[in-house]
Design a protein around this ligand. Structure first.
Ligand SMILES: [Zn+2]
Length: 418
């Protein structure tokens, strides 16, 4: 099958599955998962045999997948070969190699085939903008260059895709982006917010936040500027995990990923994912680093795919403090809400755990002093309420736009053995 046929099939399958009832969908998913376990998974040397059931497999994580990279892809590509391919532009024979952004040593590598690349594109279009695709669409993707997935769409007649490298900074491509006049924009929330602040001349029909956790504080600024509801694409090195539907529901990509959930406290879960439509790099029961709050209600759009109320942040960014009663954890959403609810004038901040007993709150000098004091007091009250042993320092400093790393307003910089 050629690339566009592959994308069209994936588009059609994604649309078809979205119209099933939940019981029908679960039967379809169970069959697809079983086929993956029998046919695709055993081709990776790490597995070799099909398990009786999914839960017989060990839980995997990034450290294991990166440490034994060649055992998890069916071509035996080593991590060294993959890094070398990435340095040459991301091609390793017929395969595409990509990597996540992040500090060196913490970057995730992935490898996919041409067919998977087009399948991914078909699925994302079917979920993100099925109504726009037949009228021709211009999609601007603003992500770090090394994601490697996006070359595939450039040639298509119905879709024009333009890629803008986040790491070069918006000043280097602002004119080109405005001239491209995209109908769909996919970008990290900090960049969408920068478009608003710098008054970019853009008139998209759909705007998607991607690649970073969408902080509720950014949503109204972006929606007011574009006069559109802001949608989300939740994706990571490991694949596409959720996309917002036309009714605003953030649906898990259960049509390509089987999700198991581990409780993380406070009503939150972390997912274990099995990507049952991937055949090159095998990912089964892979523990993601994200904290999700699952929806209790089904979405009004009628899709059988379950919804997430919120992607709260990353497990990495949970604050780990001590108290007289033992170790305690603070999840990013609780910390964030403490700051934002302290004063309505606060629309940006950084809250960082810098040591086992130290936390820094950074607020811009443009914020009124009484608002800063209120935020300082609110975080201190939250820590005291749970008897955390911690010193909280308030720092008034500008918060610059950083394009070389993910924006995390709540961040734990403790280097803990995990
Ligand atoms: Zn929906």
């Amino acid at each position: 099958m050629n690339g566009l046929a592959e994308a069209a099939c994936s588009f059609a399958l994604t649309r078809w599955v979205s119209r099933k009832s939940r019981p029908d969908f679960e039967r379809w998913q169970a069959t697809a998962l079983r086929r993956f376990l029998d046919r695709d998974l055993p081709r990776a040397p790490f597995y070799r045999h099909a398990p009786a059931q999914l839960t017989d497999l060990p839980v995997t994580d990034k450290a294991l997948l990166m440490g034994r990279f060649e055992d998890f892809n069916v071509h035996g590509l080593t991590a060294a070969e993959a890094w070398a391919a990435l340095a040459r532009g991301g091609r390793a024979g017929a395969l595409t190699v990509g990597a996540s952004t992040g500090t060196s040593g913490n970057r995730g590598l992935f490898v996919i085939s041409e067919a998977e690349k087009y399948r991914w594109l078909g699925a994302i279009l079917a979920k993100a903008a099925p109504d726009l695709v037949w009228r021709g669409m211009r999609v601007a993707v603003i992500l770090p260059q090394n994601t490697g997935l996006y070359d595939s769409a450039r040639k298509s007649r119905l879709i024009k895709l333009a890629f803008f490298d986040l790491t070069l900074g918006p000043e280097s491509w602002r004119g080109a982006l405005e001239a491209f006049d995209p109908t769909v924009i996919i970008a990290p929330p900090k960049m969408l917010r920068h478009f608003a602040a710098a008054n970019f001349r853009l008139r998209p029909r759909r705007v998607f936040s991607a690649a970073e956790t969408l902080d509720p504080v950014d949503r109204p600024v972006i929606e007011d500027f574009f006069r559109l509801p802001l949608d989300q694409i939740y994706m990571a090195t490991e694949g596409l995990f959720a996309v917002t539907c036309r009714h605003g529901g953030l649906h898990l990509a259960e049509d390509s990923v089987f999700f198991e959930f581990e409780p993380a406290g406070e009503g939150l879960v972390t997912p274990l994912v099995t990507a049952f439509r991937r055949q090159t790099q095998i990912m089964a029961r892979y523990r993601m680093n994200d904290l999700l709050r699952l929806s209790k209600e089904p979405c009004r759009c009628g899709s059988p795919l379950r919804c997430v109320d919120e992607i709260v942040g990353r497990m990495d960014d949970v604050f780990r403090l001590t108290s007289p009663d033992g170790p305690i954890l603070f999840t990013p959403d609780v910390l964030r809400n403490a700051v934002l609810k302290a004063d309505r004038r606060i629309d940006d901040f950084r809250l960082v755990q810098t040591g086992p007993e130290t936390v820094e709150l950074r607020l811009p000098p443009t914020l009124a002093d009484d608002a800063a004091a209120a935020a300082h007091q609110a975080v201190r009250a939250l820590l005291e309420m749970r008897k955390a042993v911690a010193t909280l320092t308030l720092i008034r400093a500008p918060l610059p736009l950083e394009t070389s790393r993910k924006l995390r307003r709540v961040e734990c910089r403790l280097e803990l053995a995990r």
